[in-house]
Design a protein around this ligand. Structure first.
Ligand code: SF4
Ligand code: MG
Length: 340
């Protein structure tokens, strides 16, 4: 395939004291150059784990990974740590929800931004500092030539998130993985960070994987969307398809749990009832079946006995994994979900 990033049949397993956790199962996706793939799901759905595997940041002592992760045609699985380190920060970078954990309290913001740049380019300290000032300006930090000498605790949460973005983009990586980067921030700052990422993507041509539990954020940034549940892709499509004509009961649940910006009346949010399953011992059949309010519509006991394959939904590229018939999905969508 010619995709910029291509993940095939990815399986991630953890050994724990209680047994094997099947964290990611037969996951497939492509990311095109310069585009944003949103990966959405609750915590424990495998969205972070699969991307830590892409970055090679999993713990090799208790984790096994199978399948293929190809970045511009280069297979990443099985690369020695030394090779992965060269790629990390340089060709691919990751930002996290918790900027306090990602930034060291003991070094200035400027030094932490300059470090990967100096490491990967051989730039001098002075050049590194100048680059840090430039990056702080790009991410919208006021008075960057002064703030470059600040410590993380002297920044607000939103500013630290910007600094972390500056640090991740300092070597102009082609791939940026953003794992819930706005989750800890208030709504206004969230929107600013999303806008910032979009601007930087325009400027640098970065391909982005944006991981979130919030379909509302996906709407703002993603071109394509992968919905994960219990370590599997349950739906995949364009952002428009996932938001306008979702084809999976879990996607319907996510849709009902985001605020409608265009609603003329306040539509109450409906959180999805129940909790995600344990991946030590996932439910048989469709992993969503214990929480699914539509399983009785499926003939026989199929939802509890047969895992639904990820297959074509309403359009070519739109896939969903659910035993409901296309006609059933269509009528539930138009009669129950969209009017909410
Ligand atoms: Fe619900 Fe059955 Fe579809 Fe799973 S396969 S989402 S349980 S209807
Ligand atoms: Mg996570």
């Amino acid at each position: 395939g010619g995709a910029f990033l291509s993940v095939r049949d990815l399986k991630v397993r953890f050994r724990t004291e209680d047994g094997i956790v099947k964290a990611v199962n037969e996951l497939n996706f492509d990311l095109e150059a310069g585009k944003t793939l949103g990966i959405v799901g609750e915590s424990g759905s495998g969205k972070s784990v699969s991307n830590l595997a892409v970055m090679g940041l999993h713990n090799p002592r208790n984790t096994t990974i199978e399948g293929s992760i190809a970045l511009e045609g280069q297979e990443l699985l099985g690369l020695p740590q030394r090779e992965l380190e060269k790629l990390r920060g340089n060709k691919m970078a990751m930002i996290f929800q918790d900027s306090l954990a990602a930034l060291s309290p003991y070094y200035t913001i400027g030094r932490q931004i300059a470090e990967p740049f100096m490491k990967h380019t051989g730039a001098s300290k002075k050049e590194g500092r100048a680059r840090a000032v430039e990056m702080l300006a790009k991410v919208g930090i006021p008075q960057p030539d002064k703030r470059v000498d600040s410590y993380p605790h002297e920044f607000s949460g939103g500013m630290r998130q910007r600094a972390m973005i500056a640090m991740s983009l300092v070597c102009n990586p082609k791939l940026l993985i953003a794992d819930e980067p706005t989750t800890a921030l208030d709504v206004t700052v969230q929107a600013q960070i999303v806008d910032l990422l979009k601007d930087l993507q325009q400027e640098f041509g970065t391909s982005i994987i944006f991981i979130t539990h919030d379909l509302g954020v996906i709407r703002e940034i993603a071109d394509d969307v992968l919905v994960m549940y219990a370590g599997r892709a349950v739906e995949r499509g364009t952002m428009r398809e996932i938001l306008k004509t979702p084809q999976h009961p879990y996607g319907w649940g996510l849709l009902s749990s985001i605020p409608r910006i265009n609603a003329s009346v306040d539509v109450p949010l409906r959180p999805i009832p129940g909790t995600p399953p344990s991946l030590l011992n996932p439910p048989s059949g469709c992993a969503f079946n214990p929480r699914c309010e539509y399983r009785e519509l499926v003939i026989g006991d199929k939802c509890r006995t047969e895992r639904p394959p990820l297959e074509r939904a309403d359009t070519d590229g739109h896939l969903s994994a659910c035993h409901l018939t296309p006609a059933q999905k269509q009528s539930i969508l138009t009669e129950q979900i969209l009017p909410r």
